[in-house]
Ligand binder design. Sequence first.
Ligand code: MSP
Length: 511
Amino acid sequence: MKQFYITTAIDYANGMPHLGHAYEKVLADVISRVRRMRGESVHFLTGLDEHGQKVQQSAERKGIEPLVFCDTMADAFKALCVKLEVSNDDYIRTTEVRHKTVVEKILQDLYDQGVIYKAKYKGFYSARAEQFLQEKDKVEGAWPEIYGEVTEISEENYFFKLSEHQDWLIDYIKTHEDFIFPKFRAKQVLEFLKEPLNDLCISRPKERLNWGIELPFDVNYVTYVWFDALINYISAVGYGSERFENCWPVDYHVIGKDILVPAHAIYWPIMLKAIGVEMPKSFVVHGWWLAAGAKMSKSTGNTVEPLDLVDTFGADAFRYFLMREMNVGQDSDFSQELFDVRYNVLANDLGNLVSRLLNMGHRYCEGTVPAMHVEEGPEKELKALWDATGPKVLELYDGLQFHTALEDIFKFIAGVNRYAEVRAPWKLAKSESAEDRKLLETSLAVMAEGLRLASVLLAPVIPSTSRRIEVLLGLPEVMAFEGQLDWSDCLKGNTLGEKVILFPRPELAKA
Ligand code: MSP
């Protein structure tokens, strides 16, 4: 059976992991977990982009071999995945043999087909962007800052024919609405495709760069890093083997908006077309995390280092913030203040519900979930809120609207807390009447059930906390949505766990 196959971009090995990398992995992880809970078999790939000039230069600066440098970076990036509880099934490094052999095979095939040819190139080159430039790339007569120093060069190189597929690609994008998410990004690609495509230079002479995959048909050159990197998506799943058939076409390539055009939306589809491989089903293109309006790539001076928040507040709080704050596709601001606002909601709404329930469960019902005896207005109202919430959240998850889904789940949690206020079990406990006792038991059972349901929906975003809540409610591990999202009294008779603080105040969290 075909697996649900999802990838992230592979990160450049030349710098340490930052918030942008973390977000993309968490986003892909949440999508993967939703699919797994929907009963699908998932293959989730992430990895490291290790070749190219920038990596070579970073290693040189440290006075070590590029591969030794990449080994330490791979450790750092893999550690980030572990820290964020990212459930990737595989991690690819472009220096691995399984990757290199596929890149070499594809280069040779395309060369044999005559789709790759040698020609003299005379023009401009940006070492920083590792890219050839044209006059039209200038802005107001000057090279934009992102290109760094631009030099004029003249050299022989190998080129991959792009232009002959231009019309096909335009047509493909126009006729496949789901190819690029969100849809407005497809318009940008089509805009780019209005200009004639130049063939892509896929080689770099070794005298300029030797840290790359050697061209199988010319030992004097290595492969251009983007041509090498894109192939990770198929080399990692055994391109050409049966395993490949189980994964391909990829369901989601999750990437940032800066690498859609031209790499993912132009080069990659044309490369696949040229080797006769089916198109990816969809690109999920997220926006940028910004700090005071500027793209975040590393910590800026005296501002808080976002990844440190994971140590202070835990992976789940951090994951919740990322998914709640960013509307997939749009940019978002990052600041400690914004983080604190979201954290307080976790602590006050979810954390308090848990403490209240456990507290009263132990005090009034000997630590056991009681039965639901009555169903009156307040119970009916909460149930109706649940009926409107559960299916809608699943739909929002499928549509990648995680920020709204979380908003809805927390509206439901607020509903459970409101219900507790209305029933006020702490007041009922003071009464001697049998009727009030039934109401007291009902209210605790209803609160427990509300918490259980919310926790199932939250599991893809805050997996450890959901698991903790399940344990506190005396439940086995829930791995699926199916059968778990119906309002029921399945908790009746379960033993409640000891009281805990799920989201401690920052001072406590730090301690
Ligand atoms: N190595 C290439 C990708 C090759 S994929 C075949 C690359 N690496 S990167 O390290 O620069 O970026 C990795 C991912 O992180 C990209 O999808 C990029 O968009 C994302 N982010 C980097 N900074 C970001 C933010 N500030 N915000 C959100 N994501 C951004 O590009």
